[in-house]
Design a protein around this ligand. Structure first.
Ligand code: GTR
Length: 360
């Protein structure tokens, strides 16, 4: 079965008509006075993107972008959409070339490459960021977010903006935060209805302390692996299961091996679209602003893609015969509560968490 194409045309809204909304994002991203990133990224200052002759016959700066997902996954499509809008609004001077399917490396590696300016843009999950960018933790924590709608309100509000700004301290510009749906448990052994059903199962988690600690608290045996390794680990029984959203479960084809899905909805850990700050600083102010505007608009585009693709993925997985069940959510919440509480001892995370819960 071929995963469905996202098949979405660029919305007709003009970048320039939305300038006001986006200017506040631009102001935020640009306002760090003496950023520590220059030291942290070990950089010797801004680096311009390579210039080539583009389709319009004029010099074009092409930004290279990385994503671990397959070519028509919503995040990849959103970056492509950004590229088309940038090209159009800059009269062909700016473009993006995206390398999907992890061609440029694992998420944690592409974050470092982007900080150091060897890569222009990377799209990674917050789970890949929680060590280097602690503010991101709050949106990955178990049961911190109730639903996709709640996540969107948190992303669009003060918490989202503070997290995006936190990337500037270490060599990155937080261009956008995208949806990633609810992460749930799936495995090849048995249905999971209660935390104790996970006991003894080897469950793959992203390389993130939050997820390792959560799985331990739930009684499973957490196995951190990078995304590109999960499918073969499942197939070769190195692991019994993993946890992720519907779209990833489907597009990675893990559903062909893991036949039990429990609706634990334990994390809505979202996606970050990150630009190298060294690249960003090499652009003229009007291009910086254009990039920020287009990125902010790509969020709306991504959300409509996401809603369609998530529903289509779930339907395809169910058609393929995967057993889907609700879980005892209260039991999962109770078991995860000590993990949540231990992270919230950090005053910065506690403040962000209050903002997030205020829009629940
Ligand atoms: C997906 C996310 C990927 C990757 C993956 C994982 O939901 O979109 O970027 O982080 O999860 O679990 O490794």
């Amino acid at each position: 079965m071929t995963p469905p194409r996202a098949g979405f045309d660029a919305p007709t809204c003009s970048v320039m008509t939305r300038r006001r909304v986006v200017l506040s994002v631009a102001a935020g991203a640009l306002s760090a006075s003496t950023p520590s990133w220059t030291r942290a990224a070990g950089g010797s200052g801004p680096t311009a993107a390579p210039v080539i002759t583009g389709s319009h016959g004029i010099a074009q700066q092409v930004l290279t972008a990385s994503d671990v997902h397959i070519s028509d996954y919503p995040t990849v499509e959103a970056i492509r959409w950004m590229g088309r809008m940038l090209e159009r609004e800059s009269d062909g001077r700016l473009a993006i070339r995206v390398y999907p399917a992890g061609a440029l490396g694992r998420e944690t590696d592409t974050v470092d490459l982007t900080r150091f300016g060897a890569l222009d843009i990377t799209r990674v999950n917050f789970a890949a960021l929680d060590e280097a960018f602690p503010a991101t933790r709050v949106m990955a924590l178990p049961y911190a977010i109730d639903s996709t709608e709640h996540l969107r309100r948190a992303v669009d509000g003060g918490a989202g903006e503070r997290i995006r700004r936190s990337f500037e301290r270490r060599g990155l510009i937080g261009l956008a935060i995208y949806d990633s749906g609810a992460r749930c448990f799936y495995n090849r052994v048995r249905p999971v209805l209660e935390p104790h059903d996970l006991a003894g199962l080897k469950i793959r988690v992203p390389p993130s302390d939050i997820f390792v600690r959560l799985l331990r608290a739930l009684g499973a045996n957490p196995t951190p692996l990078s995304y590109g390794e999960v499918f073969s680990a499942l197939q070769t029984r190195l692991i019994d299961g993993a946890e992720n959203n519907w779209t990833t479960f489907y597009t990675s084809r893990q559903f062909e091996v893991a036949r039990f899905w429990g609706e634990s909805r334990h994390s809505y850990s979202p996606e970050a679209l990150l630009l190298s700050r060294r690249r960003f600083d090499a652009f003229a102010p009007r291009d910086q602003q254009l990039i920020l505007e287009v990125a902010a608009q790509s969020v709306l585009y991504m959300r409509s893609l996401w809603d369609r693709q998530e529903a289509a993925s779930r339907a395809a997985v169910e058609r393929a015969g995967v057993r889907v069940n609700e879980v005892d959510l209260e039991a999962f919440r109770r078991a995860a509560a000590p993990i949540l509480a231990s992270y919230l001892k950090d005053p910065e995370l506690a403040g962000l968490y209050r903002d997030i819960r205020a829009v629940a």
